[in-house]
Design a protein around this ligand. Structure first.
Ligand code: ADP
Ligand code: MG
Length: 257
């Protein structure tokens, strides 16, 4: 049963070369791996190793020089601009290091944005955005603008926005890079909890080993290459820390059902 979990992302011989004048920079250099549905996967490595480039290739933000990226069975590198935009809207969410919230908008309006793009009606949209903000603990900040909130609160809004449309995959590039360690832990716990509850896949970039350890799988990146893959929690094993029902019961009363 559990070994039938499907591959939700497949990266095959991905390469990205940047040309700067006469110089060629191999930011991603023949990288292959796959990520399972519901897996929390970390791209881990030092600064400049190519993590963000790889994440951006997977999210369809950057174009491959060669290779393939297949998400939910679809080759995203073959999609046109419109098709890709639609695919991202329907399947992907994003959490950014610098939050990327719109400063003129309230927390609620920021979280509503992806739903506006999906043409969800105003009433339903407001309810979904509010429910999501309640889930991230911001029920008292719905009308606050980003500048009226702490960094941790702003990132909670960022998380609510990334997850509100229930995307299958959420990409996060150093999501706690601007936060202190206690707030970072809270934000990481929140991302993991929401993703687990909905069987969503997370692809997160970090250079911090402690944060990488939240993952089920750590992909070590060095010099544009995969240096090794470390599996901390094998979703295909019968002992995997995954069934959402059990997770919820444990977190409700601390009792193992
Ligand atoms: P990381 O996220 O691991 O810090 P990046 O993916 O940002 O690494 O960068 C990998 C390499 O590619 C670095 O050498 C960086 O200078 C280079 N690079 C990244 N983006 C560009 C770009 N738009 N143009 C040219 N070089 C780039
Ligand atoms: Mg980076």
């Amino acid at each position: 049963m559990s070994n039938e979990i499907q591959k939700v992302i497949e990266v095959k011989n991905a390469k990205k070369i940047y040309r700067m004048g006469n110089e060629r920079i191999s930011a991603v250099d023949d990288v292959s791996f796959s990520i399972l549905k519901g897996e929390f996967c970390c791209l881990y490595g030092v600064s400049g190793s190519g993590k963000s480039t790889l994440l951006n290739l997977m999210a369809g933000i950057e174009k491959l020089t060669s290779g393939q990226i297949i998400i939910k069975g679809q080759s995203i590198h073959k999609m046109g601009e419109k098709g890709l935009a639609k695919f991202r809207q329907n399947n992907l969410g994003f959490v950014f290091q610098s939050y990327n919230l719109l400063n003129s908008m309230t927390a609620l309006e920021n979280v509503e944005l992806p739903l506006i793009f999906k043409r969800i009606g105003s009433k339903k949209r407001k309810k979904m955005a509010k429910d999501m903000l309640v889930m991230v603990g911001l029920q008292k900040r719905l009308k606050h603008k980003p500048k009226e909130m702490s960094g941790g609160q702003q990132q909670r809004v960022g998380i609510a926005r990334a997850f509100v449309a229930k995307p299958d995959i959420v990409f996060a590039d150093e999501p706690t890079g601007n936060l202190d360690s206690k707030t970072s832990k809270e934000v990481m716990d929140l991302i993991k909890e929401i993703a687990r509850a909905n069987n969503q896949t997370i692809v997160m970039v970090t250079h911090d080993r402690r944060l990488a350890e939240y993952a089920d799988k750590i992909i070590h990146i060095f010099d544009g290459k995969v240096e090794g893959i470390e599996i901390l929690n094998d979703l295909r094993s019968p002992n995997a820390e995954v069934p959402k029902e059990e997770q919820q019961l444990e977190s409700v009363d601390g009792d193992i059902a």
